[in-house]
Design a protein around this ligand. Structure first.
Ligand SMILES: [Zn+2]
Length: 134
């Protein structure tokens, strides 16, 4: 990765998600009333409309739910080809992160593969990418 990735704009709701990697933690918003995870981060629970939500660290592992291989150079920061995957996050039912699978050739990625978060830091942002658990 030569140029910087496009950066998310940090706010009070998403800061814990994008900066949790500084402590090696994948953090998701969770409702303190009904226990639902809320992603993308929002200040109000989607299930029960409670405002009693706070970030919580999850295990940082998951399973590839689906994926595609991108060959188009849409952005100078992203060397092609690369895998865009939807990862079902362990311990957070209903949460799927759209992310990249890194650390292996693109043709070794498959649905059902177990993966673990691998943070890529750029400035104060820690992108939660994933690599296969081998
Ligand atoms: Zn709730």
């Amino acid at each position: 990765m030569s140029a910087p990735r496009p950066q998310p704009r940090l706010d009070a709701d998403n800061r814990s998600f994008w900066t949790g990697g500084a402590d090696g933690e994948l953090r998701l918003m969770r409702c303190r009333d009904c226990a639902a995870f809320i992603h993308p981060p929002r200040p109000i629970c989607r299930k029960c409309l409670s405002e009693n939500v706070a970030p919580e660290a999850v295990a940082g592992t998951g399973m590839i739910d689906t994926f595609t291989i991108n060959y188009q150079k849409w952005h100078p920061a992203l060397d092609v080809p690369y895998v865009i995957a939807r990862v079902a996050i362990d311990g957070a039912p209903g949460v799927f992160l759209t992310t990249n699978i890194v650390g292996c050739p693109v043709d070794e990625v498959d649905i059902g593969d177990r993966v673990r978060v691998k943070f890529e830091q750029q400035g104060e942002i820690y992108y939660p990418l994933f690599e296969k658990i081998v």
